[in-house]
Design a protein around this ligand. Structure first.
Ligand code: FE
Length: 336
């Protein structure tokens, strides 16, 4: 009998060890992504080819994905949460769904102002939110700063996207940090006074309004301009880099973080680190006409053609820290 017990426990031990070996080498990692499938799948396919690790994913908008990871708790499948805008990444960290990470690779590849100090998220691409103008009705020399769009010369000539979009909340959040709340509010109020039309649901509609002659200037993310330019190379629109004498152009990120209850935390960290590496950065940024976060990697030719600019080097997590205040400020300013 004792020998049977011993045999049984040895068998259990072997089974258990096999189980842990299998899970340690589980060649799988799960990503919940609000970045669209066509922008991530090619990268995940490449990763799978290079490492044998299969990357599985679901995509949805950021708020439902964050709520889902929170609700799933310890049962979540998500190993990595990927999204756009530092405001969203900050919210995810604040919800407690991301795990702090110590990664010398991310510290080398991602500039410190584009990642969380505790390693809960890191930027993977940079997008500038800048001024776009009609080359038929505006001279670049008339443009200067985000603040200058508040001047009377732009009355009835400015178009803006809705303040409900996190991109504009982040822009205003950083303006508040630089200018102070009072000054930022007076600028935003004057933007509203200068509006030619009600606010738009997205950046592309805004640019179409400029093309239709409804307004002359607006503020958009660079890649939306890139998409439009790709479809219609001779559009009479151009990007302008504001605040070059001062703080620089407002930039934001797409990025990702390992989840708190990841089943494959090491695999998730490896994938995140790989996405920041030279071998992935050019494709990651290039697929959406964005700028790489990794300074060793150059932007694509079409993106480089927009010219170089001085970017605001403020810690992007200010977009999250000031988000609630920015939303209230925009509301007070009548920015819908
Ligand atoms: Fe976008």
């Amino acid at each position: 009998m004792p020998s049977f017990t011993r045999l049984f426990s040895s068998l259990l031990f072997v089974l258990f060890s096999l189980g842990s070996i299998c899970s340690a080498f589980a060649e799988e990692v799960w990503v919940y992504s609000s970045r669209k499938e066509h922008l991530i799948k090619p990268l995940f396919d490449q990763y799978q080819k290079e490492t044998g690790v299969s990357v599985r994913y679901i995509t949805d908008k950021a708020p439902p994905l964050m709520a889902r990871i929170k609700a799933e708790g310890k049962n979540t499948k998500a190993d990595l949460f990927m999204t756009v805008d530092a405001g969203n990444l900050w919210q995810a960290a604040n919800l407690g769904i991301l795990a702090p990470l110590k990664s010398p690779i991310l510290e080398t590849n991602v500039p410190s102002h584009l990642r969380d100090a505790e390693g809960r998220w890191a930027g993977l691409s940079i997008r500038a939110r800048t001024i776009v103008y009609s080359t038929e009705r505006v001279q670049a020399s008339e443009l200067q700063t985000y603040e200058s769009l508040a001047e009377p010369q732009w009355k009835g000539r400015l178009c803006l996207r809705t303040s409900k979009k996190v991109y504009n909340q982040s822009l205003v959040a950083t303006m508040m940090e630089h200018l102070g709340e009072e000054k930022a509010q007076s600028i935003v109020s004057a933007w509203v006074t200068n509006l030619a039309t009600p606010v738009f649901a997205n950046d592309t509609k805004l640019m179409e309004a400029i093309l239709a002659g409804q307004c002359d200037v607006g503020i958009v993310n660079t890649y939306y301009f890139g998409r439009l330019q790709k479809a219609r190379p001779d559009i009479p629109l151009a990007l302008f880099w504001p605040n070059q004498q001062g703080r620089g152009v407002h930039v934001n990120i797409s990025g990702a973080g390992v989840t708190r209850y990841a089943k494959h935390p090491q695999a998730a960290q490896k994938l995140l680190e790989w996405l920041s590496s030279s071998s992935a950065q050019s494709a990651f940024a290039g697929l959406n006409m964005e700028y790489p976060v990794n300074a060793h990697v150059k932007p694509s030719e079409e993106v480089s053609a927009w010219g170089e600019f001085k970017a605001d080097l403020i810690d992007v997590d200010v977009a999250g820290r000031n988000q609630a205040k920015a939303i209230m400020l925009m509301d007070r300013a009548g920015y819908r």
